[in-house]
Ligand binder design. Structure first.
Ligand code: GRF
Length: 204
């Protein structure tokens, strides 16, 4: 059984999808720790309600980054974390953290990377006028959404979409794809040898 730590800063809908689909009997992995850098994050409530050890680890500012990451690593090691899923964690991670979990930090991003990295990806997609966007599960490196792509799901942009409707459609895809990839990753089936593609949640 692999032990996953989830780091989240906000609503935590992806955390919830991971809990719902992985913390079930005969799963190869479980969410065993939830950490947020935001005291008011709904993700903390979701973790607590699921009975998972849940922690708020504050940071004071950029100068505090190394110390914050040191505290995160200590906590994750204490809970015998095998790998990490970022789920709306709004901090860039440095070598200090990533070297403790090499090639073992996953993230979900709401676009088909390398298009539209960074913040406001659905808004960027609408502005660009693309007809298809989606979500990407990738390994995390020190860049902004630049790590190796593991899997992607395509999501159509509809004529009357606004940021809210498109975000919600992309998130539905994330909620299917992220737990699926996390499960495969726990089983050792996901390698950094090229992306797996899923269309609208269809498994290969
Ligand atoms: C997700 O759309 C994810 O792609 C992005 O942040 C959002 C987090 O949403 N990195 P939630 O907190 O999981 O609901």
């Amino acid at each position: 059984m692999k032990r996953i730590a989830v780091l989240a800063s906000g609503n935590g809908s992806n955390l919830q999808a991971l809990i719902n689909q992985l913390n079930v009997p005969s799963s190869p992995a479980e969410i065993s720790l939830v950490v947020s850098n935001v005291a008011s994050a709904h993700a903390l409530t979701r973790g607590r309600e699921a009975g998972i050890p849940t922690f708020f680890v504050p940071h004071e500012g950029k100068e505090d980054r190394q110390n914050h990451e040191k505290l995160l690593v200590q906590l994750l090691q204490e809970y015998e974390t095998d790998f990490v899923c970022l789920a709306g964690f709004m901090r860039l991670l440095t070598h200090r953290f990533l070297s403790a979990y090499p090639q073992r930090v996953l993230n979900t991003h709401p676009s088909l990377l390398p298009s539209f990295p960074g913040k406001h990806a659905p808004e960027q997609a609408l502005k660009a006028g693309v007809k298809m966007t989606g979500c990407t599960i990738h390994l995390v490196d020190e860049g902004i959404d630049t790590g190796p792509i593991l899997a992607q799901a395509a999501v159509p942009v509809l004529e009357n979409d606004n940021v809210s409707s498109l975000t919600s459609r992309i998130q539905s895809a994330e909620h299917q794809l992220y737990p699926h990839v996390a499960r495969l990753f726990a089983q050792g089936h996901v390698h950094n040898k090229g992306p797996l593609f899923f269309l609208n949640g269809c498994s290969p």
